[in-house]
Design a protein around this ligand. Structure first.
Ligand SMILES: [Zn+2]
Ligand SMILES: [Zn+2]
Length: 249
């Protein structure tokens, strides 16, 4: 499969010098995917089959509910409920008519199983995941092809923990041999260095609250506690992509 490189967004992301520019790009990808599913695109029958079949994870359903697009979201929910009813009404009818405690437990288990199965997959997460793959593939390819990129990457703040792992896994599709090993060495040493730096910044923030340090400079550590959190947990996370669940259509 030929992967189209995302050279421009990746270079632009790197130049921002954030703690993890993949997080920054993924937040944009999330915004784009949410805008797509909250647009007139949902009027097309194919897209409605997708929204009815897969829906969205709880996180992205919540974001859609808060996006203030009542007309589009009401249309999505109307037919999503139709599909829910087809799946859940038989469970609910059996549960409301059951008279035996043992049978009731089995029916509750069956209902919960159906609910959890229904919650699997998210169209927004899947779009984000597709983009994450292309971004990671591009970072690995540019590491090999573009010496300026390699130099800038070496001097960068690296990536959050999850995106470091994603990069190391996807890099094997773009690189091999010494290039692959060199790339993984670099991104893990960047993670090691950045964890150390972020913790040091966080420590300075703890010291700044002592009265003797009140008038000392912040040294760029005003948001150290937040960076300490996001280096670990990342932002713009993919929760539950659809991946190979296409057979559910
Ligand atoms: Zn990240
Ligand atoms: Zn999602």
């Amino acid at each position: 499969m030929k992967i189209v490189l995302e050279t421009i967004p990746v270079w632009d992301g790197l130049k921002k010098n954030d703690e993890c520019f993949l997080c920054t790009l993924m937040k944009e990808a999330e915004k784009d995917a949410l805008s797509y599913y909250l647009s007139s695109a949902i009027m097309t029958p194919e897209v409605r089959v997708e929204t009815n079949t897969y829906g969205f994870c709880k996180n992205h359903f919540r974001m859609m509910a808060e996006a203030n697009k009542p007309q589009v979201l009401s249309l999505i929910m109307d037919t999503y409920y139709d599909e829910n009813n087809r799946l859940f009404y038989p469970d609910l009818d059996r549960l409301s008519q059951c008279r035996k405690p043992g049978a009731m437990k089995k029916l509750v288990d069956a209902f919960e199983r159906d609910v959890r199965e229904r919650e699997k997959g998210c169209l927004v997460c899947t779009r984000m995941n597709d983009r994450l793959y292309r971004y990671c593939y591009t970072v690995a390819s540019l590491f090999k092809e573009d010496p300026d990129f390699k130099k800038a990457l070496t001097l960068s703040k690296g990536f959050c923990v999850d995106h470091t792992i994603a990069l190391s896994r996807i890099a094997k599709d773009a690189l091999s041999g010494d290039d692959l090993v060199g790339f993984c060495n670099l991104i893990f040493s960047l993670l090691r260095k950045s964890i150390e730096r972020v913790q040091k910044d966080d420590l300075w923030m703890t010291q700044k609250y002592k009265s003797e340090n009140k008038d000392k400079p912040w040294n760029g550590c005003e948001d150290a506690q937040k960076r300490a959190v996001y280096k670990l947990i990342g932002e713009g996370e993919v929760y539950d992509p659809i991946d190979n669940k296409k057979s559910r259509i």
